[in-house]
Design a binder for this molecule. Structure first.
Ligand code: F6P
Length: 502
């Protein structure tokens, strides 16, 4: 009898290769990484000083070398309040004082119908994701408040919110680490004008305005009462800031206990990241798997697909986290890097299957995927259980199809296979596991930065465009149609301005 020909499309899978921490399971079976390759990856991690980097991060060392400061967002979820020192000073008393103020505010806001949270980037994605993700968690009460997120300078978002909010019972939280971000300050002024136009007195307006910022002086200059300003600190990066008072909406909307649970999940994941050996360390394993795919397959992108509609904002949050942290061409010492962050994209499954999965299955690029699934359905209703089973079946089926491919006489129907993926399984979607999920990815991103020798905590690349926008805005405001190229505006842009002004 002739031996059956091996399917050339099948990935070198390693069944039962799952690791878990705080009941979060990471299954790397479809990564196609052999035991000896894993061994080499862990050696590489050790050689690159990853263990020391992790210790330094938690110890408040100045790991953000370009800005000469620590990256201590982990202190913000250190509910046990074990001392965390920055240059000899314990930051935990200041962090705990903000927790008390958040709790007090939750108890104080009675009769508030609408909260407008104004902020962009790291001052928006985290709380927006959490509010969406937790909206339908059983037992969570939204305390009768409508939470609105205003980020875009495009007034479409502003108009949509103002059409729904009731001015006399609205509170406004202006969230900006720098308090200089144009979108945020302009939107804040527009909302203040709306309150004025709706006959709110100056006393009512000042009672309605709150700020969350590391630039308290600028917030006061804006007209916000000092006792309505929640500080955070320059050692918290904007994209790592949802754990600070930036996460106020979570506490206000769902209660302080929910916010604490969210912090507790992140704290538990931090303790795992800090203490587990590299071989069992979820964030590290995920970082190394990506590194392997990058070195082996020269991957340019990876996708993250949560099979949970409530996590639809997760990929957007992750895009900033990964690409703003590690989308860089030079390392900590200013030397060119060989690898840095791949492009990150994704959206909730199963919707995503009906969008770009064609390319994931049969396109010319290999794009590794993180499948995220939740073990428990949202409720025990038979309909919810049945839908959830279909959701999970789709998630498992996609991973298998991508890994093993399929042969066919018709080339159009061949699935090339060997497309790697992770399965990340959360026991349930609740505040604790949402916190754990976000902290898992934050620690994975920081690990990748350490492996690439990239500083994951600055973002110099976002500044140049902002600078160039200023003279362009001036030229647009002039209404002139004969703007000439200059030091700030090149010929193409000058022609575009003239077109817009004509
Ligand atoms: O432009 C990018 C950025 O600086 C992000 O890093 C940050 O999250 C966002 O803008 C908002 O900044 P801020 O919180 O200072 O308003």
């Amino acid at each position: 009898m002739q031996a059956k020909k091996a399917n050339p499309h099948v990935i070198n899978s390693t069944p039962n290769s799952a690791h878990s921490a705080i009941d979060v399971v990471l299954d790397t079976a479809y990564q196609g990484i052999s035991a000896s390759q894993w061994k080499k990856l862990f050696s590489k991690a050790r050689e690159s000083g990853l263990e020391q980097f992790i210790a330094d991060m938690f110890a408040g060392k100045h790991i953000n070398n370009s800005e000469d400061r620590p990256a201590l967002h982990c202190a913000l979820r250190n509910l046990k309040k074990t001392p965390v020192f920055i240059d000899g000073q314990d930051v935990m008393p200041a962090v705990a004082e903000v927790w008390q103020r958040i709790e007090a505010l939750c108890n104080k806001w009675v009769g508030v119908t609408d909260v407008i949270h104004i902020g962009i980037g790291g001052s928006d994605f985290g709380p927006r994701l959490a509010i969406e993700a937790l909206a339908h968690v059983p037992g969570i009460d939204s305390r009768g408040m409508r939470m609105h997120f205003l980020a875009n300078i495009d007034t479409a978002e502003l108009a949509r919110i103002l059409a729904r909010a009731q001015p006399n019972s609205t509170r406004v939280i202006i969230v900006s680490k720098s308090f200089t971000t144009l979108e945020t300050t302009m939107n804040a002024k527009a909302v203040v004008n709306w309150l004025k136009e709706n006959n709110c007195t100056s006393g009512q307006i000042s009672r309605a305005l709150y700020a969350v910022t590391a630039n308290v002086t600028a917030a006061k200059e804006f007209g916000i009462a000092e006792d309505q300003i929640f500080p955070f600190w320059d050692w918290v990066g904007g994209r790592y800031s949802v754990w600070s008072a930036v996460g106020l909406p979570i506490a206000l909307q769902y209660g302080f206990d929910t916010f604490k649970e969210f912090l507790a999940g992140a704290e538990a994941m931090d303790l795992h990241f800090k203490n587990a050996p590299l071989e069992e360390n979820l964030p590290v394993i995920m970082a190394l798997a990506l590194l392997h795919q990058q070195e082996k397959h020269k991957i340019k992108a990876y996708a993250v697909i949560p099979y949970a509609d409530a996590l639809d904002w997760f990929p957007k949050w992750l895009q900033q986290l990964d690409m703003e942290s590690n989308g860089k061409s030079v390392d900590r010492d200013g030397k060119p890097v060989k690898y840095s962050s791949p492009i990150v994209f994704g959206s909730a499954g199963s919707n995503a299957q009906h969008s770009y999965f064609q390319l994931l299955h049969q396109g010319t690029e290999i794009i590794p995927i993180d499948f995220i699934a939740v073990r428990e359905p949202m409720s025990n209703r038979p309909e919810a259980v049945a839908h959830h089973r279909i959701l999970l079946s789709n998630c498992l089926a996609q991973a298998q199809a991508l890994a093993n491919g399929k042969d066919d006489e018709n080339p159009n129907n061949v699935y090339p296979g060997k497309r790697p993926s992770n399965l990340l399984l959360l026991p349930k979607l609740n505040p604790f596991y949402l916190g754990a999920l976000l902290a898992l990815y934050e620690n994975r991103t920081a690990s990748l930065g350490a492996l690439w020798n990239i500083n994951s905590f600055d973002q110099p690349g976002v500044e140049y465009g902002k600078v160039l926008a200023k003279p362009i805005e001036k030229a647009l405001a002039s209404d002139e149609t004969n703007i000439q190229a200059s030091a700030d505006i090149d010929a193409v842009t000058a022609a575009r301005i003239n077109l817009l002004n004509s």
